[in-house]
Design a protein around this ligand. Structure first.
Ligand SMILES: [Zn+2]
Ligand SMILES: [Zn+2]
Length: 236
């Protein structure tokens, strides 16, 4: 069956995520747009995944728990997990590996943890944006150890992407999938970086605001839909 996806969405827990990106607003917008499956990928944290998964269950939107990791090279990589428990284990690992500086909410925005009723239950005091000390070439294997998968985010962007930082995607990186911000750049990028011909290319919204979430247009063909089935597909 066809399942429409958007596997890169930020909540109000990302400093740059809008305060309207609450668990229920995100899943309701996903429903309105015709999506079947979304992933919550806040910067260097998975602590709003529980609430978004629960909100999604109420309206039949599958939510994959995830994170957008900032690597030691300042490259963004999307990490996805089959279960909340695995995502939280990964969250604890990354928490010990990231630079801790205090957030300045008036500059970067607040970092709010919510429950599935969109009520604030906490706030992360340290800024979530700075890099971790996990390198891009160890990220794939490391995430796999925790039971998830990882792929480079928005590889066509001029900053915070594997190509803008390193100039190429090494064949030993392990990634089976890469994310493009703009699908129209696929042909050009595949010519410049032939390794992409051997990888799955997906496009997500990277929405930080409700209005940036996109109409359902990208889909997978899967026998059944679950976080695990999407992860298996992306890792094959
Ligand atoms: Zn990013
Ligand atoms: Zn992002």
């Amino acid at each position: 069956m066809k399942y429409y996806y958007d596997l890169h969405i930020h909540s109000c827990l990302s400093p740059c995520g809008d305060t309207d990106m609450t668990p229920n607003n995100i899943v309701n917008m996903a429903k309105l747009l015709g999506l079947d499956v979304i992933a919550l990928t806040d910067h260097n944290t998975s602590l709003n995944c529980k609430a978004v998964i629960e909100a999604g269950e109420k309206i039949d939107i599958t939510v994959i728990p995830g994170m957008e990791l900032t690597t030691s090279e300042d490259i963004h990589a999307v990490c996805l997990f089959p279960t909340l428990e695995k995502a939280i284990n990964w969250n604890e690992y990354v928490d010990k590996k990231r630079i801790k500086i205090k957030n300045k909410p008036e500059i970067y925005g607040r970092q709010v943890i919510m429950n599935s009723a969109d009520e604030e239950i906490g706030e992360i005091e340290e800024l979530l944006l700075p890099s971790s000390n996990i390198g891009i070439y160890e990220a794939y294997a490391k995430v796999k150890e925790f039971g998830g998968i990882c792929y480079p985010a928005h590889i066509d962007r001029d900053s915070l992407s594997i190509i803008s930082v390193l100039g190429e995607i090494d064949e030993y990186c392990g990634f089976k999938t890469a994310e493009l911000a703009d699908k129209k750049k696929e042909f050009e990028l595949k010519k410049l970086h032939p390794i992409l011909n051997n990888m799955k290319i997906i496009t997500n919204s990277d929405a930080h605001y409700l209005e940036n979430m996109r109409e359902a247009e990208n889909f997978f063909e899967l026998d059944s839909l679950s976080a695990q089935s999407v992860i298996n597909f992306l890792d094959s």
